[in-house]
Design a protein around this ligand. Structure first.
Ligand code: HAS
Length: 563
């Protein structure tokens, strides 16, 4: 077996395949929910023909399944694949299965509660909107399962370090541990919110809830959540993409620095989602704003490192001039279909990143906050680079772990381009509509396109039309992907499962950079904790000082409290 292959046990292979296939089904249902959103918003349908219910129910279903369930499953499945592969050590399969089952049970419970209309609280589950206790319990199981799964990698890693003293940890392992360190810190806050606030309130053990405190704990979790989504995609960009492009990783040290910077800066920024909230003093919002610019830096470093890696690949193929390398990349090679998911995601992220920096600027945030601009931004980030990398990664993983040849490669290769065209059109409609004042998340029997609605604005109509056109094209792109995905899953395997080895396209670094100061997570975790304490203590203090009282539960369908 070469350095680039590894033999997983049958049980490990089944687990990775299950962790990819089941959420893919949920994702598809969630994507369908996304299409319904655009049709609903444009007044083309009044209610979802299959799921039924109002706008908020569909939006909750779409947000929770796509943004929370699919992403968490992918991150765990990918970790279960790339960490053993990189360390050349097998997983403790029993623990890994227990974790997977916890996640599965939790997700299915949460999805059912949403479907029966008992958790119409959107993916942010802000109180005073109240969900059935089983919704919170389902989410808790999902998170606890992911903790167990990642804890399972720690003894393997410690053992590897003992056996490989002085060696650099493989970059993919650094990236996946970074992902789960950020996730662990972030989910502690949401665990407190759920276990001590939302769940007892939903069970009726307490009557009222401190809405501001719950929102603040949510965003302590909610912003690092976006980097929990992004980081596995970054692992694929750094570790796989240069090789797929035919080159090398321009700087392995830059990759390591980027991951450590995410540990340091992902959390102390959450208040940038609360610039417009009362209770928190402006100086603490400014502090979180400054850290937000700091957390954009690792992505800027990534932009230059990846561009340099792609340029190197293009120049190896004989490109000329400053930008000639762009023409030499394998955009439309069906055997290299995975590259299409990577490059489209990166191109989208240029726009998503610029939008993020606009959001982070306090004055500009006052213009865009709570408008359709914000869904425009997050579709260019989580539904762009993250989703595309995860879709490409999922297809690659099922091919490898089920020992199947990827089918309908031309469709698989074209799908991200179709999706990207749709995404750019839809996000443009959302962003311009948002700048014209089109709100996000307003309840609609009230379609913005209905002249009888109080929310009707004739100027918005062309932008609503763009969101419908773009959203429908995205849906076509996903359908192409799903056909290729399930055709692969149900195809004949390449040979005996026992003999099959797994391989990943691992990029070589261009330079040998020892970077000893980037070899240990500990100092970066300590700096992160110091920054979190400094940035969040005054925020929590302000929130607790504010005398807004508590709130009884509400449902979006009812203007009066539930009890
Ligand atoms: Fe954000 C709101 C600020 C990144 C997701 N964000 C959201 C929400 C979501 C979200 C879901 O400051 C809505 C939450 C809600 O429901 O209310 N965001 C930022 C900033 C960044 C950022 C500064 N966001 C993300 C990522 C997300 C995500 C990543 C998901 C994965 N965001 C905000 C703020 C708000 C917000 C405010 C609150 C808004 C409000 O008022 O409600 C930065 O991390 C972005 C840095 C990114 C870059 C881009 C780097 C570009 C790269 C591509 C290079 C291309 C190459 C290809 C190499 C600097 C790496 C070249 C080759 C060719 C051939 C051309």
């Amino acid at each position: 077996m070469s350095d680039y292959t590894f033999r997983f046990s049958k049980s490990e292979k089944r687990l990775v395949a299950v962790l990819i296939i089941i959420p893919m089904v949920l994702l598809f249902i969630g994507v369908y929910g996304g299409l319904m959103q655009t049709l609903f918003r444009a007044g083309i349908i009044q209610s979802d023909p299959f799921v039924g219910g109002d706008y908020y129910k569909g939006l909750t279903f779409h947000g929770v399944l796509n943004a929370i369930v699919f992403t968490t499953f992918f991150a765990v499945a990918f970790g279960n694949a790339i960490i053993p592969y990189s360390l050349k050590k097998n997983l403790n399969a029993t623990i890994a299965w227990v974790a997977g089952i916890l996640m599965l049970v939790g997700s299915v419970v949460a999805a059912i509660v949403i479907l029966i209309g008992e958790a119409t609280v959107l993916y942010t589950f802000y109180p005073p909107l109240k969900a059935h206790p089983l919704f919170y319990i389902g989410l808790t199981l999902l998170v606890v399962g992911s903790w167990v799964a990642s804890a399972n990698w720690v003894p393997m890693y410690l053992q590897w370090r003992k056996e490989n003293e002085g060696k650099k940890t493989p970059l993919a392992v650094v990236g996946m541990f970074t992902t789960f360190i950020v996730w662990f810190i972030a989910t502690l806050a949401v665990a407190v919110e759920i276990l001590f606030m939302l769940l007892p309130w939903s069970l009726g053990w307490i009557d009222e809830i401190n809405v501001m405190l719950a929102r603040t704990l949510f965003w302590f979790f909610g912003h690092p959540l976006v980097y929990f989504w992004l980081l596995p995609a970054y692992v694929m960009y750094y570790v796989f993409m240069p090789k797929m492009a035919g080159g090398k990783l321009y700087s392995d040290m830059a990759g390591r620095l980027v991951f450590m910077m995410f540990i340091v800066f992902s959390v102390p920024v959450g208040t940038h989602h609360q610039y417009m909230d009362p209770a928190i003093s402006s100086q603490w919002k400014l502090l979180h704003g400054i850290f937000t610019f700091a957390v954009a830096l690792p992505s800027l470093i990534t932009a230059f490192t990846l561009a340099a890696s792609l340029e190197y690949a293009g120049r190896l193929k004989g490109s000329k001039g400053l930008f000639g390398w762009m023409g030499k990349l394998p955009y439309f090679k069906k055997e290299n279909w995975f590259f299409a998911y990577m490059i489209t995601g990166l191109i989208i992220f240029i726009f998503g990143g610029i939008g993020g920096i606009i959001n982070a600027s306090y004055q500009m945030n006052t213009v865009v906050h709570n408008t359709a601009w914000v869904p425009g931004h997050f579709h260019l980030t989580v539904a762009g680079p993250v989703m595309l990398a995860f879709l490409g990664g999922s297809l690659y993983l099922v091919g490898q772990f089920l020992n199947k040849e990827v089918r309908l490669k031309a469709w698989a290769m074209l799908s991200p381009y179709v999706y990207t065209i749709g995404l750019l059109i839809m996000s443009y409609g959302l962003k311009i509509g948002g700048l014209m004042g089109m709100p996000r998340r307003t309840n609609t029997g009230a379609s913005y396109a209905n002249p009888d609605s109080v929310l009707y604005q004739a100027d918005w109509i062309p932008y609503i039309d763009l969101t419908v056109i773009g959203g429908s094209i995205m849906f076509v792109g996903i359908v192409m992907y799903i056909i290729s995905f399930f055709t692969t899953v149900f195809s004949k395997s390449k040979g005996s499962e026992e003999d099959a080895v797994v391989t990943f396209p691992i990029s070589e670094p261009l330079h040998d950079e020892p970077a000893t100061w980037l070899r240990n997570f500990k100092p970066y975790i300590i700096i992160a904790i110091i920054l979190i304490v400094l940035s969040y203590t005054p925020v929590i203090y302000d929130v607790l000082q504010a005398t807004y009282g508590g709130s009884p539960p509400f449902s979006p369908d009812s203007p009066v409290p539930l009890r």
